[in-house]
Structures are given as structure tokens and as C-alpha cells.
Design a protein around this ligand. Sequence first.
Ligand code: PEP
Ligand code: MG
Length: 904
Amino acid sequence: MPRRAATSPCGAVGNIARVATTASTTKLVYDFAEGSREMRDLLGGKGANVAEMTRLLGADLVPAGFTITTEACVAYMRADRIPPAGLDDQVSAALAALETRAGKRLGDADDPLLVSVRSGARESMPGMMDTVLNLGLNDASVEGLGRITGNPRFAWDSYRRFVQMFANVVRGLPGERLEDEIAAVKADRGVALDTELDTEALVELTARFRALFAEHTGEPFPQEPREQLTQAINAVFDSWMGDRAVHYRRINRIPDDWGTAVNVQQMVFGNKGETSGSGVAFTRAEITGAPEPSGDFLGTAQGEDVVSGVRNTQDIDDLARIMPEVHAHLLEILRTLEGHSRDMQDVEFTIEDGRLFMLQTRAAKRPAQAAVRFAVDAVGEGLLTPGEALATIDAEKLDALLHPTFDPTADYTVLTKGVNASPGAAKGAVVFTAADAVAADADGRDVVLVRPFTEADDVAGFHAARGILTSEGGKASHAALVARGMGRPCVCGASDLEIDLRDREVRIDGEVVLREGDLVVIDGTSGAVTTEDVQLVEPQMGEDFEQVLRWADELRTLGIRTNADTPEDAAKARAFGAEGIGLCRTEHMFMAADRVPKMRTMILADTLEERVASLAELQPLQQADFEGIVEAMAGLTITLRLRDPPLHEFLPDREQVHAQLDEARTRGDDTAVVALERTLDRVHALAETNPMLGTRGCRLGLLYPEIYEMQVRAICRAASAVRERSGAPPHLEIMIPLVAYEGELEVMEQLVEHVGEEEGLARGRDFTVGTMIELPRACLQADRIAMHADFFSCGTSDLTQTAIGFSRDDIEGKILAKYIDRKVLDRSPFETLDVPGVGQLVRMGAWLGRKTRGDLKIGVCGAHGGDPDSIAFFHTSGFDYVSCSPYRVPVARVAAAQAAVSSS
Ligand code: PEP
Ligand code: MG
């Protein structure tokens, strides 16, 4: 689905205050016959679609009405809840026209016109805003309605529904209090269902509701229909700023300053009796996308009964039995609507005395599986071209197709919910440390790593665990990023959980809910956590998905590579369609349990000789790693980045060494004391106040060139060994991290070339040399840096940190959440590139770099390389490729194609 720009320029409340003022001459109300689907921004999705449907199907099938614009809502909010000048008059005029067409007056005592009042924003926000039905009823018109329909029960049922909804939605009377009254009246009458209440019971219920209304508001229930309408319209405007709607918008990144439209539509009645009913239907199966209509239907009911779940609905197929002609007519209309909109539709309909009415239609929200199926079928049916079909898919959701998921039919109790940080489901025994996860993995046990939060030291545990569960952090936390990178399901920020690492137990409200070794099952797609052994279903790429990806490959111009540090990840990414490795973080290879001690010896070395000697031990291990990766990616380009993180990441924790030292002293173990004192000195010496901006990246390479020399030698030897074995030379790119000055790159390229020559390999022929662009200075000086680079790869994660001055791990939890809450930001800049800020630097870097070298290859390897919105930006910025974690590769392929289609 086409997605919005990365960030809105400023806070929404601020925006509301700045939108154009609405003069009294502005047209604020549109008859359905005046609108069209192109007017979505002004009329909201519902208003635009109902107008389009009126044109298409005719006024006989679509009850008449009018739409109050989103601009009116924005003006109302801007003026602190005062309706804009002219609105009242325009509503009255539209109402008069509606009354003339209907041949009835709103709330007339003999034959009343009744209307529904519904919200409808630019993008549908199901269930988030308010609706009032049966407006126009009062003590007099209810009698008229009963007489004219010959059905007083129906009239009173409509009136009690109206009073109930009006009281709740418009005047904030708590729904439970109203429900309590229904329960009391049903108990009095000894009946179980609402439909069993007779007229007299409904009259009593309405009276009870009105008494509650008067008690709650201090006013009698309004009898004047026009006044009812004004209050209802304002309530819909207000519901745009209600908690539910604000929360929904935040999750779905819908700007607050869009406002909602209000649709006023003539009521038709599904609650009239046996030959009446209401339903919702999809033009195709909403879960699978199979080309058969699906939906729910309820006889003798209004639409609210179908969605609220108060009564069990019937399948749409049952309608074929109950009212075959209506069913056939509905199917024909579904075909017409889908053919016209060229997208899967979700409709609401009402049957009044055997006559079908269509109330609304909209593009159906669909899970990834249905999106893929629809895209493929729509092309097969000649409805859409492949490019158009791809545009109907929400690329972000495709991730879900690549991981196991909870069996959709499974029944289980949710223990708690957290942030759905990395999709897929995982089950295993609870472990609390990375080391325990590694040990369990070695024994072939499935475990879930449970921690308050995770850090660099825990990465080995991510590999070993089936999934990760944390109580702190959001979608950009360390746990979330690493888990997504590795394709591990992750639920983070499950804040109900008190994770006690010392006692190895998890509590909720002080009560122990999980102990080490207990089964826990997490769903990283929904954020659910349970202790029940839920059945999981394995993912299947499926022929339809493959077809979608083939189309994506034909249409996209961006290359898609992967970030992979192991042959397994490389192979997985290749199977998902990666065209090379855009970032191999060579330091991750030293995190395996058997290598950390060797790394530590190297770091603890006092002299150059000692360090070189330990590096010599590490070199063959690193060479073997490179050979594995090169072979997994045979024939494709691989970018190997030299060591980036600071050395101290491989040293033990200071407190831990202190404790061990104390213990050794108490034991009187002098040898251990000497060794631990040395370790502690080194830990102290290497400690930095701000390691992120300290001795890391190429700075390390300048300080300890022997480390980079060892790595380059290992790369060259791996290349030669693979070439010898396979006969095919690998395509290797050696990348220098964290360059700010051209001089840094100059020194490093000399080092790489020199070692290359010693190993019999030449730059240009056997490998190329390039750099990460991940510091603002590098972007500003990219023309000079490009003099030493064959390629650039934008490290947008570090660039985001350094350009905004956000330390990701520190701001993620509290600050970012607050910023989003206060609408300073509408989403994390670590998830989607901050186009106005960081994006400008990225573009400048690319532009300056290519000024120096027209053929400079430019890619991105930061976490944004797998984000659809960011991918669209890299596409339009002239990048050659994006690189992302293996599981994001299919998402990136589709997103790159969508970017190409929408910009062509
Ligand atoms: C980056 O900074 O965007 C990047 C890819 O490097 P790393 O994540 O390894 O710091
Ligand atoms: Mg970086």
C-alpha cells in the first residue's frame, strides 16, 4: 500500500493550529452525489467511497446523505471545539435537501426521517471513532415510526438504541451502566436475549436510559432533532481527539492534523423483522485472499450488532438460503465494487424488508497472506498489472510470512502483552542469561532468552535462543534490532513482567509466573506472551509469494543485499533473494564462546609482539569464517567491514573482575590475583566515557594497525583459497568503518593495498576498498573522501545517532516514547530514516561522492535498509542497493519495486 512520508514536519497539535482558517464561504458540506473517490482527503475514506458508490450503483442502492469535511473538523479543533462559521447553515441546507429527497422530515412526529452520523477519516480507523444511529427519534417520532411501519417493537428498539448510543458516545455516559440496565430488564422479564425483549420492556428500558442520561448530564434527553444532530456532529469531531483514536493513530502513524469527516446518512433498518438484517462482507476471503466472498450476517439487527459481537453472526453463505435473491444481488454488487475500485473491498450492507442497501465500501485490510494471494489473482484475472498489484501490498507485513506463527485456531490464555518487536512465534524453556542459552542450544534444547533488556554481550544468546522476551525497551531497543537482524522472534517492553535475574524468576504484581526452565511461548507478530503450549505453524513461501517476488525483481532498480556475518545467514538470505552481502560485521565472528578468550588475550597483550602473536592465532579462524561466507555467496559481491566496536566490548565486566579478584585474594590464589589484577588494569585502561564516540572504527585501525592487517590478510587468504578450490574469483569489497576525515581513509587504503600486495592480490582486480558513511562530517566532506573510495555504504544507524545526537540505547525507552507522545516525532528515526534531517546528509554524501567519482557505488547497510519508507527514499536518492537482515530481504525486494513503480 502506498505509504506516507517518513516524518511529519512538526507536531500535529501545532499543525492543527496552523492549517488554513475556514472562512464562512468555504464549502464544508458535500452531498453524496457531489463527491468522488478522488476527494478522500477532504471527505474522508468513508465519505469519498460512499459518494463513489452512489455514482456507481445509483441512489436506489445507497441511502442518501451528506459529508461534513475534514477541514471542518480541523477548524473545530483549531477553534478549541467551536464549529466553524457557516457549518450550521450548510448542514441545515444539506439536511433540507435530504428531507426533500426522502419525502420526510428529520424526527417528524408522523413519519420521521432518521439518520446515522458516522466518522470517517482519510484512512480507515476501524472501531476507533464514534457512530450514532437512529438519530431523529424522540418521544413523538417513536410513536410515528411505530404507526407507519406497523411495528411498534421495532420503533422502540430503535429509540432505545439511539438513547443508549447518544448517551454513551455524545455525552460520555459509561457503556457499562447502560448495559447494566439492559441486564436488569432482561432479568426482570426472565429472557436471555435482547431480541426477546417485547415492546413494553423496550419502553421501560428507554425510560431507564433517559433517567440515567438526566442524572449524568443534568439535562433532559434532547427532543429537538436538529439539536441532536449538532451534538452528534460535534461528538464525532471530538472522538478524533479521543484516547482510542489518538492511540491508534500513533501506532499506525496517522497524522493528528488530518481530522475526520462526518457522514450523515438516511437510516435504513435491518432490525425491522424477519426479512431484515445487517452484515459485513469482503469481496474475497479476508484471511486467505481466496477469490470467494466472505462475511458475516445477522437477521433482525443493525450494523452495530454485527461488529460488537453481542450476538453470534451467521455466515454470508447462510444468506443464500434465507434470502437467495438478496444474496445473489449482493454478490453481483461485490463484483462491481471490486472491479471498479480495482482492489479487494470490505462492505457494510443492510437489508430492510427484503431490500438490499449498501452503506459503505472500502479497501479491505488484509493479512500478508491475503495480500499476496489477491495480488497474484488480480493479475491473473486481468484486473491489475503486476506493478499495480504490488502497490496493493503492505510490504512491511510480508515479514510475517517468513516466520512460524501461532496456529490461528489455537485457544490460549495470554499471560501478558509487550511490543511486537520482531515477527514470528517461538517457544522454549525460560533462560535468563546468554550463556545459559548457548549451553542449552549446545544440548539441543529450545529456550527463550528472558531479560529486562539486552546488551552487546547477549548477542551469542540471540543466536542460541528461539526467541527473546524483555520487559524494557521498544521497537528500536537493542533486543528488537538484534532480534530482527537475526530473524529471531522478539517481544520486548512487556512491562508487566518483573524479571528477577538474581532469583531467576518472573513475577507479575509480585506473584511468580515463570521460573527458569518453565515453558514460555511468545508471538513477536502480536506481542502476546503465554505459558501454554500453543501449536505453531511453519511458514511457507508459497508459489504466490514467489510470483510476487519475481514481479518485484522485474520492476525494481535497486539492488538488494543482506547484512550477514555467518555462512548460515548468508545462505538463508540468498534463498530469500539477496544479491550479495552489503555488510559483514567481522567483529561478530569473535563473539563465539571459543573465540572470546583468544580475543581477550589479544586485547590484554602488553606489547606489540604479544598482540601480533595472539592475532596470528585468530587469523586462521577468521580466514575460515570468510571462506564459509564467500562460498555461501559464491558469484555475488560481499562487503567485509573491518572491526568497528571498541576493544573493551570483549573484556569482562569491571564489577565481575573486581568480585573475582576479591575472591582470589581471599583464597590466597596468587597466580589468579596477578592475572586478574592485570585484567582489571586493562579494563580500566580501555574504559571510555563514551565508547560510541571513542576508540572504535578506523580509529582502532589507526591505533592498532596490526588488527586490521590480520583481518585483511585473512580476507585475502580466504579469497585465494576459495578461488583455488572453485576456480571462480570472489568479488570482495573491503570496508573501513567510521571515517570522518579523508586522511583516515587514505591511511587505511594504504594499509589494505599493502597487505593485499603481500598476499599477491591487487585493488581493483581482486578487491575494492570503500568506506562507511556514518558520520555527519563524512557526508559534508564526501567529495574528498571519495578520492580514496571505490564505494560508499551509508551506516544510517550511526549517522542517525551522530546527526541527531541521540544515543540509541539511551533514548529508546523513555525519551523516544515521550517525544512520540508529545508529537515531537511521529516514529522512531531508528526505524524509518529521518528524511528532513539525516536524509539530507545522506543525499549530500551521495551527491558529493558522485561529483568526485561518477561511478561511485553507493549503498546503505544501516537498519533502514529493510524499512519500506526508507527504501523509497534511497531509491529516489539514486542509490545502487540497500542491504538488510536476511528476513527483511523479501520485504526490501517488494518495497524497492513499489518505489520504482510509484516514481516512474
Ligand atoms: C550503521 O551504523 O548504520 C551500521 C550499519 O553499523 P553498525 O550497525 O554496525 O554500527
Ligand atoms: Mg555503524
